[in-house]
Design a protein around this ligand. Structure first.
Ligand code: ZN
Length: 423
């Protein structure tokens, strides 16, 4: 449900990243700085489970999109029925390439299915197409001045106003939770050269239609065809990445590419083989319950049982808090569900920092095998981190903070036991 609110505030663009090569490409995100976190947000925002308190790393103020809990208000609810309005647009200087419905089918039903699988069925993503034709914009694409990293003002505001004018006679904008603008792929540069796809989320200063602001809107341009021949299966994945932003997730890739998280989250790498979200993100989105989270906040030793993240039910995540704004998360990843490219299953250990902003590395995966070159040869999968998981007998150590995370064993069902020691 959208809440009409009016705040005079300029959207702030993410710092533009530069010199991106093909393997580093993901899409930019832009969102508003948020006020102090309030009570809205996904299910995981519910402040129950007192013993999890120290592990509920808090959202940090002054960060555009924080990894902390709960997600700030203004983003789209990430459980239950979510209605997505899809509008396919073209321009006088870039008339629709193919039919509008064929453009829609590049992303659906795969995107809805991706969310169903990743959320264990908790997010019912309903994609709707009230206008099955190209929506022609009144001005040339070039007239909007849209480039990678463009802020909302003035180009996107102008484009959104024109979209509303063109669609409003046939669309009740108040019926939708989020908006996807699927731009004809011949408008703008090839995604092989520069990725324009972007999401403006939590932006209640956006133009209004039918009484609601278009506050959570994703724009997808060109085609993310990596040339490996898998475009038909994987080209849609830019959209679940962009929609991740409307649910409040930050970009995990940095100006240096996907080297901090690799292919372990679609907010890090959205080209090539399918991948899932980190368990931390699933907790943040309300797809894991508090009783599926272990919290290693006290000194001493504790053993934790973890079942594969891709399989519904059971314990999924152990969190080791370091401070009010950081901690380690521990989970089991395997080649199942959306995790198509996993070449070494095991226990993934990563650090979450709620005071590090989108695109600046809020999550860092710990590599169990430094400088190994990894185990994958898949295109657009960060190779070095592909063998990051810890196997039985291996231990992650953070001497400075007195933390050891040892993998004890794995059973036939892929369930692991992990021993966490804090001194
Ligand atoms: Zn992004």
């Amino acid at each position: 449900m959208q809440h009409p609110r009016r705040r005079i505030r300029r959207p702030v663009a993410m710092a533009a990243t530069t010199a991106l090569s093909l393997t580093l490409l993901a899409s930019a995100s832009t969102t508003l700085p948020r006020p102090a976190p309030a009570s809205a947000g996904p299910v995981a925002a519910a402040p129950d489970g007192a013993q999890l308190g120290p592990c509920r790393i808090a959202t940090t103020m002054g960060v555009q999109m924080s990894e902390g809990l709960p997600t700030a208000p203004g983003y789209v609810r990430s459980t239950g029925l979510v209605r997505a309005l899809n509008l396919m647009i073209d321009f006088p200087d870039a008339p629709g390439d193919g039919t509008a419905t064929s453009r829609f089918r590049e992303f659906f039903p795969q995107t809805a299915e991706w969310f169903r699988v990743s959320s264990y069925g908790r997010l019912h993503y309903q994609a709707e197409v009230p206008i099955p034709d190209w929506l022609r914009m009144p001005k040339a694409f070039s007239a909007y001045g849209i480039e990678r990293g463009s802020p909302y003002e003035p180009g996107y505001r102008s484009l959104v106003e024109d979209i509303i004018t063109a669609a409003d006679p046939k669309v009740d904008f108040s019926a939708y939770d989020l908006v996807n603008i699927l731009v004809t792929p011949n408008a703008g540069p090839s995604a092989l050269d520069t990725v324009l796809s972007v999401t403006f989320s939590g932006n209640d200063d956006a133009p209004y239609a039918d009484g609601v602001p278009l506050a959570n809107t994703s724009f997808v341009y060109s085609r993310q065809d990596d040339g490996s021949g898998s475009f038909g299966e994987t080209g849609y994945r830019v959209l679940p990445h962009e929609n991740g932003h409307v649910f409040g997730l930050p970009d995990l890739y940095t100006a240096d590419g996907g080297g901090t998280v690799g292919h372990w989250d679609i907010m890090s790498e959205d080209w090539g083989a399918n991948n899932d979200l980190l368990g931390w993100h699933k907790w943040k989105l309300g797809w894991l319950d508090n009783d599926q989270i272990g919290c290693a906040s006290g000194t001493g030793t504790g053993d934790y049982t973890l079942t594969p993240l891709a399989v519904a039910g059971g314990p999924k995540l152990a969190v080791v808090p370091l401070s009010d704004t950081s901690g380690y998360a521990v989970e089991v990843r395997s080649k199942e569900g959306n995790d198509e490219a996993v070449c070494e299953h095991g226990v993934l250990v990563y650090r979450v920092e709620s005071d590090v902003d989108t695109g600046h590395g809020p999550v860092t995966v710990s590599d169990s095998e430094h400088a190994s070159g990894g185990c994958t040869r898949r295109a657009n999968v960060h190779a070095e981190l592909s063998d990051a998981p810890y196997r039985p007998g291996e231990t992650f150590t953070d001497r400075a903070n007195g933390i050891r995370i040892s993998v004890l064993d794995e059973d036939a069902s892929g369930t692991y036991r992990v021993r966490i020691t804090r001194s």
